[in-house]
Design a protein. Structure first.
Length: 293
């Protein structure tokens, strides 16, 4: 009997992950699974555990570089209706992991709810925004999150709230396998004023980031007290190209994937940048993107 018998409707095999990453890169996963309910998710987790199948949890793939040979295991994506709900109750918003972050931000603006407009222009899902504590110069997602509902690798669902729940620069103390939803506490404000902030952030991003290219946002975290992009720029690496991967001229912390690009080109370019920055500034750059290889 097959490992996922009875669940064929939500399980695809040998699934090309390039279709699901912002980079448009990445080989096949053994299994690509989109459960429709929490019960189905639990069943999938059980079957993976029983059969020793490694689980990867994928959001919108905007912070991922997946290897050309793909992944031996199951990639689970929470995108079905149940996992993409957003509920508004006064200043409290419950957003499920599969909801689109940009849609959440805009709806909050329209409703005059302030607190996450700083996330303007950041692609991805709510689950990814929680796990990465997405944000930047203007603020981060964690500041608005009060409670998260999680599922651990044994299928147990539980909640974690502040102050036990902590957010830091591009990380959280969540160790559970799945973020199911996040409860946000927002403030009421004038929608027009929030929209002005949104527009300012958009203009800033348009002027400073290579929009309309295939990329994965910032490749490296900023080292304490420094800017990774500025170090890469000062090392003279803008425009450096390996295969189909090239360091953006507009923002040196972005690597653009051109048409012929393979994941291995991006990985080699990452190593070349790290080495040059280490040599010139004695600084070890740490990855902000995740590499699944
Ligand atoms: C053009 C561009 C601009 C960007 N700008 C910014 C920026 O300004 N600031 C910033 O912080 N990021 C930025 N990013 C990176 C990225 O958008 C964020 O990290 C985003 O939060 C990732 O969300 P995702 O749904 O795509 O997650 P994915 O990339 O799919 O996954 C990222 C991580 O989250 C985990 N994850 C996703 N969903 C779940 C879940 N439900 N449960 C448990 N774990 C989960 C994954 O396992 C993985 O570890 C940018 C990316 C691009 C392409």
């Amino acid at each position: 009997m097959s490992i996922f018998s009875g669940l064929e409707q939500i399980v695809e095999t040998h699934y090309q992950l390039a279709r699901r990453t912002w980079y448009g890169l990445g080989g096949p996963a053994d299994y690509f699974i989109r459960p429709k309910t929490i019960e189905q998710l639990r069943e999938i987790v059980d079957r993976c555990n029983e059969n020793g199948i490694r689980i990867y949890v994928m959001g919108f793939g905007s912070n991922l570089l997946i290897g050309d040979d793909g992944l031996r295991g199951a990639v689970i994506k929470l995108e079905a209706e149940q996992f993409a709900q957003i509920k508004y109750e006064d200043q409290e918003v419950t957003a499920w992991a599969g909801a689109e972050l940009s849609k959440l931000v805009l709806t909050c603006v329209e409703k005059g709810l302030s607190g996450i407009e700083a996330l303007t222009g950041i692609p991805g899902s709510v689950g990814g925004a929680v796990k990465m504590n997405a944000g930047g110069n203007f603020g981060d997602f964690g500041s608005a999150v009060e409670t998260v509902t999680l599922m651990d690798s044994g299928g147990v669902v539980f909640e974690k709230s502040k102050p036990e729940l902590e957010f830091d620069y591009r990380k959280t103390n969540i160790t559970a396998k799945f973020v199911l939803n996040a409860r946000l506490k927002l403030n009421t404000a004038d929608p027009e004023q929030i929209m002005r902030t949104v527009k300012e952030i958009w203009i800033y991003k348009k002027n400073n980031q290579p929009l309309n290219t295939k990329n994965s946002g910032c490749i490296f975290k900023n080292p304490p007290g420094a800017s990774a992009g500025a170090l890469i720029d000062r090392a003279g690496l803008k425009g450096l190209k390996i295969g189909g991967a090239i360091v953006s001229d507009k923002h040196a912390n972005f690597i653009i994937a051109e048409k012929s690009c393979r994941s291995r080109d991006v990985m080699r370019l990452i190593e070349a940048i790290k080495q040059r920055v280490k040599e010139q500034f004695d600084t070890e750059l740490e990855l902000e993107i995740e590499i699944w290889d």
